[in-house]
Design a protein around this ligand. Sequence first.
Ligand SMILES: Nc1ncnc2c1ncn2[C@@H]1O[C@H](COP(=O)(O)OP(=O)(O)OP(=O)(O)O)[C@@H](O)[C@H]1O
Ligand SMILES: [Mg+2]
Length: 242
Amino acid sequence: MTDAALVIDDLTTGYGQLKIVRGLSLSCHAGQLTVLLGRNGAGKTTTLSAVAGLLPTMGGTVSLHGVPQTGSTVARVRSGLGLVQEGKRVFRARTVEDNLRLGGFSVRRQRGAIAEGIDRAYERFPILKDKRRQLAASLSGGQQQMLAIAQALMPQPTVLMLDEPSAGLAPSVVEQVFGEIASLTKDGLCVLLVEQLIDHSLAVADRVAVLDRGRITIDTDVASLDNWDALRESYLGATIKE
Ligand SMILES: Nc1ncnc2c1ncn2[C@@H]1O[C@H](COP(=O)(O)OP(=O)(O)OP(=O)(O)O)[C@@H](O)[C@H]1O
Ligand SMILES: [Mg+2]
């Protein structure tokens, strides 16, 4: 297998003196979808924030394509890292196309790069082209999530992290969004998906990791996952009693 696109090694992070994530190691390859499952408060968002450079690390390293990342969030975007934050972070009062343009901030110096990025986004998500002059606020929840993903794709990341893209969406829309995420993986992206939905996630993931109170308790290929009950138990953090 090729070298990992994203390697998180022994990461410890949190808020101020408070350690939330302790010694977390995880890696992801190009064309691979890794899902990081965990209950509310397990530390999923904290992990992604530290990897993206939004939170300082207290220990460990984050590497993209073998290069340790110690710089700002923008520097990491330029190194190929994308993040779709929890809760559909689109600019609701701006048009769809403006949102895409804003997503291309880190490539703005390359002439034509933004226009090409917008064309690529419309190819992947035709609905966004139809609605390009409408305000993002007028889009459905699923369409806003597509826009958030399209926005994160503008700088052409090689590693894309998504934080609970299913949150607040109807089940049928979740399937659609997960289908789009799976297709990004097929196109060669390394995807780190943070989720609470076990079944939907396992249907599209190659690898699964479980985070419980800031520590990884399971990290395995989905194909070799034979003990689903242990996964659920670990995930739920409780033994199922008869
Ligand atoms: N800004 C903050 N300051 C202090 N503690 C925080 C802060 N943000 C989150 N925490 C705490 O860190 C822990 C992990 O939170 P985090 O948001 O990473 O969990 P999560 O796994 O993403 O949960 P959810 O599924 O609810 O999004 C929680 O105990 C939370 O209260
Ligand atoms: Mg979270």
